[in-house]
Design a protein around this ligand. Structure first.
Ligand SMILES: Nc1ncnc2c1ncn2[C@@H]1O[C@H](COP(=O)(O)OP(=O)(O)OP(=O)(O)O)[C@@H](O)[C@H]1O
Length: 619
């Protein structure tokens, strides 16, 4: 701004210097001095302006960097509940596009407003000094134009806010479709999705055009004002010169100032336009930055606690824990008074029907959400009083949906323990049964995976997540259906690994397979957010109906009846099923439904493709 002000002084002095040049010429004196002054002023103007443009550009980049860094920090540390409510595409638009607009608003347009404002004020003051009447005429014309421009700027802000919202919604739609592209294709929904995204893009286009229209009106409204002022000033000025009330040098200087003001005036109102658009973006960035944060005050790590629990205190204790997600009614809470203990060693299995609240238990141990009531103790201490880092360092969590990320296999493996030694990595990979898979890849551990770990099969991704948790060497391992994608051989091997680990730490496993549950040291049966029974397999088979039913259907499946058609079973469970017309579409009666013919070269590793083309054979 200081550089800009120096530029303003250099620029405002130019008409004065030209007036001096004319006066000197009229007096027939040497022109060398005034010409040298003009050259110095031109050069100073150019130098200060370009330095100012560089400085303001640099400041803008610094602003966008700070805003993005702070925003990302707040996003990553925000409470999951509040992040989950925001559409991901909109988060991305706010973080990438809106922050760029914030940069323009807070650097370029703010500086333009200040510098051009100063030029206008300085110019007006000098013009007043030259001729008060001409200046009053000028102010009247510019005043009317300014009022129109301010009205337009207000309207521009409204449409700019709308345009930012529409652009965010467009990003949300694109992200929604891209994250489920295989489903979109398999459901033949491409046309529908294109139409839906197209409509959103159209809304963004329409509001964008309106922004453009108001922006386009801003400049001409100012131009008309200055042109009218110029015409009147020249007419009245000539009359005053003819009447001897004003010298020709003063009129020339006055008109020069007026010319000089045209561009700052236009830039000033353009900057107002940019600034109000930027404010719309600032509002959206602020909205995202205001997401509630999880336990900031406790972010100090306490390494002494990590990886160890006090032996005699028990690993986890749930005391009358109550919790409901936002929007859940009180009588349908995910957990409605859950109490049980997990010892520091051994395997605890959690079983229960779908929606019973099993995953919620794990998410509360990880402190992803706040409890509505009750207490969870970790090694005898309330988790809410422990630093978050300590809680998450003690607990290893393999999620239901095998969270793998874009990056190499090694990066994914060492994600919870970046300092892991090579020997530990090899051991974890071996324990999780991944060694053969990794050896079969040309780049081994350094093989790149795509988004959500694409490039590995579901079972391999699951084993990768298990290895990652093993590498963390937690005191408590939470496994949420961690073996659901494994074949029976791999699952048997993993059970042995589990038994080994559970000799050293507490393992809590949500399991649907009876084979995992049968050897557990303790089984907790959950139903409708309540603990229904706890015990060991034989005991629960005798005294708990639900467990008997759950175990019975599993034993059934695992004793070889898995191949039975699904439809008759569905029919038994849902009488309404008979109303369904199935199958809705018939293949030609003489054609086999599925006839793969020697599809060679099929591989478990899909190299980042969701729908790979066969390299040979016919389907
Ligand atoms: N993010 C969420 N927002 C709102 N309700 C949720 C959310 N996650 C789960 N629920 C609800 O909370 C209840 C318990 O869900 P939870 O995922 O804990 O069940 P679960 O026993 O793990 O089921 P499954 O075996 O199918 O994975 C369900 O009624 C579910 O609909």
């Amino acid at each position: 701004m200081l550089l800009g002000l120096l530029g303003v002084v250099a620029s405002l002095a130019q008409p004065y210097a030209i007036g001096k040049l004319i006066e000197t010429a009229e007096l027939d004196q040497s022109l060398a001095g005034p010409i040298a002054l003009l050259v110095v002023l031109f050069c100073a103007d150019a130098a200060f302006s370009s330095l100012q443009a560089y400085a303001i550009g640099r400041t803008g980049e610094n602003i966008v960097f700070d805003v993005r860094r702070n925003l990302i920090e707040r996003l990553v540390r925000a409470e999951l509940t509040s992040v989950n409510k925001q559409p991901q595409g909109d988060i991305l638009t706010r973080t990438v596009t809106d922050t760029s607009l914030v940069k323009i608003a807070l650097s370029q347009s703010l500086a333009q407003l200040f510098i051009n404002g100063a030029t206008i004020i300085g110019g007006v003051a000098l013009m007043f000094a030259i001729d008060i009447w001409l200046m009053l005429i000028t102010l009247a014309c510019l005043g009317v134009a300014s009022l129109v421009s301010i009205g337009l700027a207000r309207k521009l802000r409204q449409v700019a806010v709308q345009n930012r919202e529409d652009t965010g919604a467009f990003g949300t739609e694109v992200q929604r479709v891209l994250s489920a592209l295989p489903t979109v294709k398999a459901s033949r929904a491409e046309d529908r999705e294109l139409l839906r995204i197209g409509q959103q893009a159209h809304l963004a286009r329409t509001s964008g055009i309106r922004v453009n229209a108001f922006n386009a009106l801003l400049m001409p409204s100012m131009n008309v004002g200055t042109q009218a002022a110029l015409a009147i000033v020249v007419g009245v000025g000539m009359t005053r010169v003819a009447g001897g009330a004003m010298s020709i040098a003063d009129l020339t200087a006055f008109v020069m100032y007026l010319f000089h003001l045209v561009s700052p005036l236009v830039l000033f109102f353009m900057a107002i336009g940019q600034f109000v658009q930027g404010r719309a973006a600032v509002q959206r960035v602020d909205g995202l930055a205001a997401l509630p944060q999880e336990g900031q005050e406790e972010r100090v790590q306490q390494p002494a606690l990590v990886g160890s629990l006090i032996q005699d205190r028990g690993a986890i204790e749930f005391h009358n824990v109550r919790f409901g997600y936002d929007g859940q009614s009180a009588d349908a809470n995910a957990l409605a008074g859950v109490s049980f203990h997990v010892p520091t060693r051994g395997l605890t299995a959690i079983v229960g029907p779908s929606g019973a609240g099993k995953t919620t238990l794990f998410q509360l141990i990880e402190r992803f959400y706040r409890l509505d009531g009750g207490r969870i103790l970790l090694g005898g201490q309330n988790i809410e009083a422990l630093p978050l880092d300590t809680v998450r360092g003690l607990v290893g969590y393999v999620q239901q949906d095998s969270a793998t990320m874009r990056g190499t296999i090694r990066e994914n493996l060492t994600y919870a323990n970046p300092e892991a030694a090579e020997a530990d990595i090899r051991e974890a990979v071996e324990m999780a049964g991944l060694s053969d898979v990794i050896q079969g890849l040309p780049q081994g551990l350094d093989t790149d995976l795509g988004d959500q770990g694409s490039g590995l099969s579901g079972g391999q991704r699951q084993r990768l997540c298990i290895a990652r948790t093993l590498l963390q060497k937690p005191a408590i391992t939470l496994l949420d259906e961690a073996t659901s994608h494994l074949d029976s051989d791999s699952e048997r091997d993993f059970r042995q690994v589990l038994q080994r680990i559970s000799r050293h730490c507490a393992v809590v496993a949500i399991a649907h397979r009876i084979s995992t549950v049968i050897d557990a040291d303790q089984i907790v049966v959950l139903e409708n957010g309540r603990v229904r029974a706890t015990g060991v397999h034989d005991d629960l088979m005798e005294r708990d109906d639900l467990y008997r039913r759950l175990a019975g259907s599993q034993l059934h499946a695992e004793s070889g009846l898995v191949g039975e058609p699904v439809i008759p079973r569905l029919e038994q469970q849902h009488p309404a099923y008979e109303a369904f017309e199935y199958p809705p579409q018939q293949l030609r009666p003489d054609a086999d439904a599925f006839q793969p013919q020697s599809a060679e070269g099929t591989s478990d590793v899909q190299a980042g493709q969701q729908f790979p083309e066969p390299v040979g054979g016919t389907i």
